[in-house]
Design a protein around this ligand. Sequence first.
Ligand SMILES: *[C@@H]1O[C@H](CO)[C@@H](O)[C@H](O)[C@H]1NC(C)=O
Ligand SMILES: *[C@@H]1O[C@H](CO)[C@@H](O)[C@H](O)[C@H]1NC(C)=O
Ligand SMILES: *[C@@H]1O[C@H](CO)[C@@H](O)[C@H](O)[C@H]1NC(C)=O
Length: 267
Amino acid sequence: MKPEKLLSFSTHHLLLLLLLSFSYFCTRFSSGSTDTITSTTSIKDPATIVSKANSFQLGFFSPANSTNRHVGIWFNNQISPQTIVWVANRDNPLTDSSGIFTISEDGNLVVLDGNHNLLWSTNVSSSATNVSARILDSGNLVLEDSASKMVIWQSFKNPCDVFLASMEFMTNTRTNEKIQLTSWNNPSDPSMGSFSLGLHVLHNIPEGVVWNGQKTYWRSGPWNGQIFIGIPNMDSTYLSGYTLDIDDQTYYLSATFNEDENFGYCL
Ligand SMILES: *[C@@H]1O[C@H](CO)[C@@H](O)[C@H](O)[C@H]1NC(C)=O
Ligand SMILES: *[C@@H]1O[C@H](CO)[C@@H](O)[C@H](O)[C@H]1NC(C)=O
Ligand SMILES: *[C@@H]1O[C@H](CO)[C@@H](O)[C@H](O)[C@H]1NC(C)=O
């Protein structure tokens, strides 16, 4: 069923107040390097792949002041500091440069160490026999059926601490399933930190909430149909680019920024 668009609003304030950390604009250039990993190709540290229009790069990186190696995605044309928008093996880094990012025999994207120990997996089961993974110009990493292009898994549904333009926050009030951001432990360690940001729904009314562990750290105030009532100066002049969709007890908050820009917020 197609989600019914019920409300349209801006959470600029919510996001700016909470996530205020960066807004980067990527100019796009064209180039010929690959954006795809197949069952017969893999990324071996320090190799990388780059999205088609050169917006995002995927490969191994070390966080600031760390020698650990993680697989991540970052803005391609940014010199320094590197802004990591997504991390695969958040909790399981390599301590050397023997890492491999590839597609395993069971069709999952995996991070392996030099002894082929499994450090991370997309961990989905699908009937697809021939899958490949692609880094898109939105920053989304998709695992798809090579023939049908049906998406089996995507990083946008498993985010870390960064919200990119075409992502969605999601909360299903029946299953309690959520797509939300989780902070890094510290700038040198992308493992799961204590802060998370997502949509909380009470009596069918959504609200933006930052949790610190189980505790509510901040709330936007309930959505009154037009604004989050707890955010000062949020008024109808900001009805610019955010949409709330509700479908079958599932609430989606998405952003529609200018498509020429890659824009993000970091928790
Ligand atoms: C890295 O270490 C340097 C020197 O100790 C320090 O100034 C800097 O703030 C550190 N950076 C991060 C992100 O922790
Ligand atoms: C993989 O998924 C299964 C079932 O969906 C779950 O029991 C298991 O803990 C998952 N493993 C990892 C490493 O996430
Ligand atoms: C997998 O799909 C790709 C693209 O459709 C194709 O080029 C490749 O030969 C296929 N590999 C196998 C083992 O079927």
